[in-house]
Design a protein around this ligand. Structure first.
Ligand code: NAD
Length: 465
């Protein structure tokens, strides 16, 4: 299916219309925001089947892997934001020094203005709609630019938006690099980008031109450390393989590589084999026709991953097979050295390299020598090891004893650090992204007697007061 790109001249016109809407204060009343947020929930509820079918057509993902991480969080996120508007907008009244107590000192949360959201292809709904929920709650008109690699999803969103949302405030612009570049030439009050580090750097350069605040949600190689003496290795392997096989490993928070003391590497491999057999008990395993295991986006990414597997010097101990240019079996590669092809870049596919290490100290050193990851996963019950990771490493999130589930905790900010990006979102944190905390100070006329000392001509006497 070919996606209908938005003509470039319409991009500029849409931006101008949104600015007009903002200046007319249309998105300011909480009642307007609440109604639009509930419309987002309605859009996803009433079109669940079509939206799911579009995502299956684009990514070959199983229904459960769509309803749990995409549909559910969008519907509940929009409803919870609608219910929380009053609370989120409470005016802060900081306690000031006694002598200023007659002043009005308030902090208002005001919308930043007209904002832009640019999304990736791997989770096309959640990575665009959850930021949109934050922008809407904040009172910001918004253009959403979905990835061109999800033609079915992007086309459907373009069709549904005008049916559910106020077109003068919320728009879909479809297209690829040229359309995004046209968007980036315009002045925005915030840009929220999710995607690769390569394009993230292009977005950051464009944002600098207008000093536009920016959120960058980027990818990374997220490491896993298994502490064998303080964990159930089989359970750890099961939870890691589950997190890795979602969307065929095409997840920003996928466990990318494993660090484990070398004496226990075989036990970890055995754990993966057991988990594999329970997940895909079919004659051809994950590649069986009956398997619910998902596809790789396109032949380009398929051959990128197969090329990495061809170049690795490690031992393929599980999987390794491919189905045409569509699926790649979940593959475990043991005895990986740090310079291996599988350690070059974010894998973004169903391959798990295992790097044997001497112990905790070496594992932490390896993590510290590499760019700051989006997540670090640690499997341990040792409080000392947990503390060591907290104090000696950096990452967007630190997750103990599970994978992937952190994305469901909307009470906590989700975002990267260092090369995995900056800024964060989910729940109230999405709202915070799109508001400016504006200090408001009124000094009453009745305060004037206290000001006498400050006016020229200055005198020592006045200063004494
Ligand atoms: P990408 O960077 O290739 O594309 C993202 C968006 O940028 C798309 O909408 C695309 O049209 C646009 N784009 C592409 N080239 C451009 C250019 N030259 N100028 C302007 N815009 C351009 O990313 P992707 O392949 O869609 O997504 C995969 C990446 O996203 C992975 O690295 C993954 O880890 C990351 N990701 C991160 C998160 C997170 O929350 N941190 C979530 C999902 C995906």
């Amino acid at each position: 299916m070919s996606l209908k790109y938005t003509p470039i001249d319409e991009v500029k016109a849409a931006h101008a219309e949104l600015r007009k809407t903002f200046l007319a204060k249309k998105t300011l009343p909480l009642a307007f925001r609440r109604a639009q947020l509930l419309q987002i929930a309605r859009l996803f509820q009433e079109n669940n089947e079509r939206l799911t079918a579009a995502l299956t057509a684009d990514l070959g993902r199983h229904k459960l892997e769509i309803s749990l991480p995409e549909m559910g969080p969008i519907i509940s996120g929009a409803v919870r934001a609608a219910e929380s508007l009053e609370e989120w907008h409470k005016v802060e009244k900081p306690t000031v020094e006694e002598w200023r107590s007659s002043w009005d000192t308030s902090v208002y949360t005001v919308p930043k203005g007209v904002v832009l959201i640019i999304g990736p292809w791997n989770y096309p709904y959640v990575t665009t709609m959850l930021p949109l929920v934050g922008a809407m709650a904040a009172g910001c008109p918004c253009i959403v630019k979905p990835s061109e690699f999800n033609p079915h999803c992007a086309q459907l969103l373009a069709e549904l938006f005008p049916k559910y949302l106020d077109q003068s405030a919320y728009r879909i612009v479809n297209g690829a690099a040229a359309e995004t570049t046209a968007l980036l030439d315009l002045k925005w009050d915030h840009i929220f980008f999710t995607g690769s580090g390569r394009v993230g750097r292009i977005i950051a350069s464009a944002a600098v031109k207008h000093v536009t605040p920016l959120t960058l949600e980027l990818g990374s190689k997220s490491p896993v450390y298994i502490d064998p003496s303080n964990t159930d290795i089989d359970l750890a392997a099961k939870r890691i393989l589950w997190g890795k096989q979602q969307n065929s490993g095409q997840i920003c928070v996928a466990p990318d590589y494993i660090l484990v003391p070398r004496a226990q590497q075989d036990a970890v491999v055995a754990g993966f084999k057991k988990a594999y057999e329970t997940f895909w008990p079919h004659p051809k395993g994950a590649l069986d026709a009956k398997s619910e295991f998902g596809a790789i986006l396109n032949p380009h990414h398929h051959s990128r991953l197969m090329d990495l597997l061809g170049r690795t010097k490690g031992d393929i101990v599980l999987g390794g097979k491919a189905e045409g240019t569509k699926r790649i079996e979940p593959t475990i590669v043991a005895n990986i050295k740090l310079g291996d092809a599988l350690m070059e870049e974010e894998l973004f596919g169903p391959i798990i390299p295992i790097v044997p290490v001497d112990g905790l100290t070496e594992a932490i050193q390896i993590i510290r020598d590499r760019p700051v990851p989006l997540v670090i996963y640690v499997f341990t019950d040792s409080e000392e090891t947990k503390q060591e990771f907290l104090e000696s490493t950096q990452s967007g999130t630190l997750v103990l004893n599970d994978t992937f589930m952190q994305l469901g905790v909307h009470e906590m900010p989700f975002g990267g650090q260092g090369e995995s990006g900056y800024g964060s979102y989910l729940g109230k944190h999405s709202f915070n992204t799109f508001v400016h905390r504006r200090s408001y100070i009124n000094v009453p006329r009745s305060f004037e007697p206290f000001n006498a000392y400050r006016y020229p001509p200055y005198s020592e006497e006045a200063f004494q007061v």
